[in-house]
Design a protein around this ligand. Sequence first.
Ligand code: ADP
Ligand code: MG
Length: 224
Amino acid sequence: LQQKLIESEKLSAIGKLGAGLAHEIRNPLTSIIGLTHLMKENNHKKEYLDIIIAELERMENLVNQFVSYGKPSSIERVHCNLNDLIADTVELMNSNASLHNVDIYIEPTNINAKIYIDESKIKQILINFIKNAFEAMPKGGDVCIQLESDYKKEEVHISIKDEGLGMTKEQVNNLGTPFFTTKENGLGMGLPICFDIIQAHEGKINFHSEKGKGTEVHIILPLN
Ligand code: ADP
Ligand code: MG
């Protein structure tokens, strides 16, 4: 089991980020320039416009994600019940789950986690992890969510387990690096934003993953 702590250096490597963003934007930009030249020569090629719009939207998406990542996460904590938050999030994801042939289970628990967190940001990260779990199971499968607590350490532990593609050690080491993605249409900004939010809550995250078997994301949040 490999534990991975959030490295704050990763979050402050603005120069690397800028280079990554430039790299990501270059491809859609090149294709837009090429397509607009082609359109100039041939007025009837309206279908190029669809590609141009899609590429522009991808760029807009990238820039938006980048901007929200760069900002130090300002979190607004409220007292909330983590059990309810997880249940709400799963309900929200359920229609999407059936589309992916996925069933989401919440392990029964007798803990009742009252916690002081930014509710919408924690919901956002749960959605991100669940989405990644779906995307790791192209043929469908189960996602299992478990809430546990360590009262001695005053922590709650949330784990999100899938039976998907899994990752190599090298892939696991790359998690949280902006723009790291293995997906054709991935942005690779989901986890960096999650890491950022977890860090702002003074939490921790680690991954247990085995290629071909699945992945378990383990999130630790302090209780107060
Ligand atoms: P994206 O989903 O856009 O690729 P993320 O930052 O959410 O970006 O994830 C980065 C990469 O981490 C993914 O492309 C994938 O390779 C890997 N990954 C994340 N979650 C999982 C998972 N549950 N199972 C397998 N691989 C995962
Ligand atoms: Mg993702």
